[in-house]
Design a protein around this ligand. Structure first.
Ligand SMILES: Nc1ncnc2c1ncn2[C@@H]1O[C@H](COP(=O)(O)OP(=O)(O)OP(=O)(O)O)[C@@H](O)[C@H]1O
Ligand SMILES: [Mg+2]
Length: 366
């Protein structure tokens, strides 16, 4: 009903807050007015509707995500998005609240628009019975690692729902940006967190084991599942239920060792698991090169502390092709996306000066 009302009117005028104001409270912040024409729905999520339009004052194409706001709680998605500014994070431009005739309050997030999700992009290749080009996968995975390094290290935020539907891409420039911070949270080592988060195929094994002391490394596991899916054209661990998800993982990675189980959730140490031998990833990904297999095996590790961090992923030889390309077309994509540019202030700020020096050297184009 509400959407209908908006779609039928030609131009909407809204008083909005800016997405990254320094004011701590909405009421301390000035609003500005923007206007935009009626709009088309581009996405339905479990929490709301997403539509797209163009802001007349700036000419920016935007997506408006409208979510029902529970008055009793602060909206964590808004709080997190206000803090985040990175080329690989969908930018929060403005937001505003709206009350419907029943008195329900809706929060509208006005976001930078992206043409499609990585899920849609992959379906495009699958429907043509072809594969996503390897270099396209590499460009997306590099940007995802850059994004997660920023998120995990600078902002200490865990996204908790990394999956192809929440990664937005522009297939013309190969830009990738993370969206949907509806499950995101700043994890504190002293506080437990719910384990029933993240979408099934992408859930790290420690979540399946019910751990509540998990870390940002759960996002790394999910990103490994995304990489595998882009290569295979289908999910790598397509579990049909919560526990079946673990079976799918064990079928490929083999039964976790006692030590690995302890690293995920010590309460399962005495549990008897059927002993399954791992299938070498080189057999699962028969046509991939050694660098690809190596990164996948460094990321899809049971033990979260042994699993690569986002920064370790960026340093992986798998991405050397982007650093050392002599192909002018690829070089231009890399340069337009500014993939080799890093910001000391928000990408290396948790490293010592010595560490930063070594890492920067490694990440430099050769
Ligand atoms: N900035 C954007 N530009 C273009 N499309 C977008 C944008 N943000 C979201 N969408 C589309 O809308 C869909 C739903 O958005 P989002 O994931 O933020 O909502 P959600 O309700 O939290 O979803 P879910 O819980 O199902 O993951 C996305 O998968 C994407 O297709
Ligand atoms: Mg989503």
């Amino acid at each position: 009903m509400e959407i209908q009302a908006i779609t039928n009117s030609s131009i909407v005028h809204k008083q909005v807050f800016e997405g990254h104001s320094h004011a701590k409270q909405d009421r301390e912040q000035d609003t500005i007015t923007i206007s935009y024409p009626a709009t088309e729905v581009v996405g339905h999520g479990s929490f709301g509707v997403v539509f797209t339009t163009q802001v007349r004052e700036t000419g920016d194409r935007v997506a408006i995500k409208k979510v029902l706001q529970d008055r009793r709680f602060k909206n964590r998605e808004l709080e997190v998005m206000k803090q985040l500014q990175h080329p690989q994070v969908v930018d929060l431009k403005y937001y505003f609240y709206e009350t419907d005739p029943q008195g329900e309050v809706y929060l509208n997030l006005i976001l930078e628009f992206m043409p499609q999700s990585l899920y849609q992009r992959l379906r495009h290749f699958v429907s043509q019975r072809s594969n996503m080009p390897r270099i396209e996968i590499k460009l997306y995975m590099y940007q995802l690692a850059k994004c997660l390094n920023y998120l995990h290290k600078h902002a200490a935020v865990c996204h908790r729902d990394i999956k192809p539907q929440n990664l937005l891409v522009d297939p013309e420039t190969y830009a990738l940006k993370l969206c949907d911070f509806g499950s995101a949270k700043q994890l504190k080592p002293s506080e437990p967190n719910v384990s029933y988060i993240c979408s099934r195929y992408y859930r790290a094994p420690e979540l399946i084991f019910g751990a509540t002391n998990y870390t940002v490394q759960i996002d790394i596991w999910s990103s490994g599942c995304v990489m595998a899916e882009l290569i295979l054209g289908q999910p790598m661990f397509p579990g049909e239920s919560g526990i079946d998800q673990l079976v799918e993982i064990i079928k490929i990675l083999g039964t976790p060792t006692k030590q690995e189980i302890c690293s995920m959730n010590p309460n399962y140490m005495e549990h008897k698991f059927p002993q399954i031998r791992p299938i070498p990833l080189a057999k699962v990904f028969k046509r991939e090169d050694q660098e690809t297999i190596q990164l996948l095996s460094d990321v899809l590790r049971y033990n979260p502390t042994e699993r690569f961090t986002a920064l370790q992923c960026l340093c992986s030889p798998y991405f050397d092709e982007l650093r050392s390309t002599t192909d002018p077309e690829l070089a231009s994509v890399v340069s337009n996306l500014r993939l080799m540019e890093f910001c000391d202030e928000y990408e290396f700020d948790t490293l010592t000066p010595e560490e930063a020096k070594v890492i920067k050297q490694r990440l430099q184009p050769s």
